[in-house]
Design a binder for this molecule. Sequence first.
Ligand code: GDP
Length: 456
Amino acid sequence: MVPTDTIIAPATPPGEGGVAIVRLSGPDAENCLAGFFVGKRSPSQMVSHHLYHGRLCRPDGVLIDEVLVTIMRAPRSYTGENVVEIHCHGGSRVMSSILDLFMSTPVRLARPGEFTERAFLNGKLDLAQAEAVADIIQARSERACRVALGQLDGRLSQLIYRFADQLKDILTLVEAHVDFPDDEVGALDQGAVAEQLSALSGEMSRLADSFDTGRALREGISVLILGRPNVGKSSLMNALLGQSRAIVTAIPGTTRDTLEEQMVLGGFPVRLIDAAGVRSTDDPVEHEGVRRASEKASAADLILLVIDGSQELTDEDRMAMALCSAPRTLTVVNKADLASAFPMSEFLHFGQPIAISARSGDGLSALQAAIVDRLGGSSGGDVGEDVVIMERRHREALIQALAAMTLAAVAIDSGAPLECLALEIREGLSALGLITGETTPDEILDQIFGRFCIGK
Ligand code: GDP
């Protein structure tokens, strides 16, 4: 249901700053402003989308702040309603006085995401576009931000609408054959319908698979650096980060607990974790560190198993190796600047080991490329033309649509009545509508908008 009340919220984060913005949306936004604004023009005389200087005063004349205001009249606004933005001084006291002032009128504080929810309810954005707004705000890398911007621009929605249009065309054809006898409309070419459904399924399935990359872009990935003490884990972490953050020493076991840093690799936000050295020990602190390393190894998206290539393998190397699972592990043979004693054959099940020198930096770019490659992205850092889905919800809806496509194909193969085929196609359409919001239940909408910040 389209809302009829007026809401207010700060549009800028709390704290001190040059300017803060308060935003109102709803039918009373302009009238409420008129009650407090003192300037050369009254709000009713203001041209939409222009900025006006003036003062906000309480009804008893007390000055609240000197401000710039703009009115964006419906429907040409973010929410599709009358929107007022007040640019005030960026202090928390000023902000709360302005909020108090307006909330003494029939204006209420907005819920998180309520402005975007109104934009959705008023048809300014579809649901996939609205979700992209939160993803842009929360993006942790430039590449993630670009994918979200593409989604806001409607790239994902257009693809979904195209799938839906194709399905609707097929449905119309099938329903015509349900409603009219064959001698009027001719026999349905079921083979052709099956082919179209199969081509569509292929496209949907590729889009669903893009979630692995999309998830990595949106949520980031954890890369664990694992190995026995002194193989050069901290040195590698520093080299990847390009700074001296982890402590590097020649005494085994210095990195007693795990250390985490954030970085961006090939456009993916990465949590780089330096695990405690894996070593057999009686020291309880070390022991706890090893236990945590093993826990982190199970949880990590990718493990860099670091081996000192200048030394013979030790039992501790083998302990570290035992914590690694092959599909998620890259073997990094460090200290390539020294003579090699590395037994290549023992590691081949983890894929081709990568020789580096954390000290000289040799091999680091090959390692970075290999990491990005394992994460399913191109090391060029470009998203390319393909649309990528970043929401688990979108993948689930696509899987639901694909299941309906499979059942539609079964209906054709088994010679079931055309009503069954039509039913499955309608199911597929309804699943696609979950992505763009046509068929999304209210409680899911509440969850989606609830993850926005207040004022957005
Ligand atoms: P960690 O215990 O695995 O974190 O190992 P560190 O990063 O603390 O390194 C242990 C020792 O190996 C230090 O003396 C480093 O300077 C040295 N080291 C690390 N990487 C290299 C390398 O690529 N070549 C050489 N020659 N020494 C290295």
